[in-house]
Design a protein around this ligand. Sequence first.
Ligand code: GDP
Ligand code: MG
Length: 207
Amino acid sequence: MNTLIKETGHRNERTLVIVKPDGVQRGLTGEVIKRFERVGLKIVGLKLIVPTKEMVGKHYTTDPEWIRKTGEKNIKSFVDKGVQPPINDPVTAGQSILNTLVAYMTSGPVIAMILQGANAVKIVRKLTGGTEPILSDVGTIRGDFVIDSYEMADAQGRAVRNVIHASGNIDEAQSEISQWFNSNEIVEYNAIHEQILYRDFSDLLGK
Ligand code: GDP
Ligand code: MG
C-alpha cells in the first residue's frame, strides 16, 4: 500500500465511508456524496454491495478493543444522561451492539466508497458528526438526517441508525479500505480541482 496514505494531512490520505442500509433506502446516497465532494475530497473507489455477516464482523473487530470500548461508551452515554444503563458490563454491552450491527448492516445494500484528500479522515469525521444522532451537531450528516438515540435503539435491541460509517482514524482507514476494496478497484487519477487546493505557487516565486 502507498506509504504516503498514512501521512496525516497529506493530499493522498484516504478514508472509508459506507452509506449504511438506512441511508441507501432513504435515497440519501447522493446527499452524502455531495457533502464530501464539495469540501474537496476525491472519490477513488465506489461500489454497491450487500455485506455478509463475516464482512461486518471483521469490519467492527479490526480493533480488538472495539467491543469493550464501545460498551464503555454506551454505558457512559446512559450515565451522562442520568439513565440506568440496560447492561452494566462493557464487554457484554459491546458484544450486544456488535450483534445488532451485523443484523443492520447485512439487511440490504450499502454503498462503500474511498475518499482521498488532505486530512481526509478528520474532515470526513467532522462532516459525519457524532455517533448518536440526538447529539450530532446540526449541519453534519448525522445531525441533519437522522432522529435516533442509544436509548431508543437499545430499547428495541437494534444498532443506532446513523446513515453512514466513517473510519475513525488513519490506521482504521487503512485496514478498512483493504477489507472492503481490492487494489484493482481503487482508481488513481488527477482531479482538476487539486490544482487549486494543493498548488503551492512556487512556479510564480521570483517572477
Ligand atoms: P462511529 O465510528 O461513529 O460509527 O461509532 P462506533 O465505531 O463507536 O460504533 C459503530 C456503530 O455501532 C455506530 O455507528 C452505531 O451504528 C452503533 N453503535 C455504537 N454505539 C452504540 C450504542 O451505544 N448503542 C447502539 N444501539 N448502537 C451503537
Ligand atoms: Mg467507529
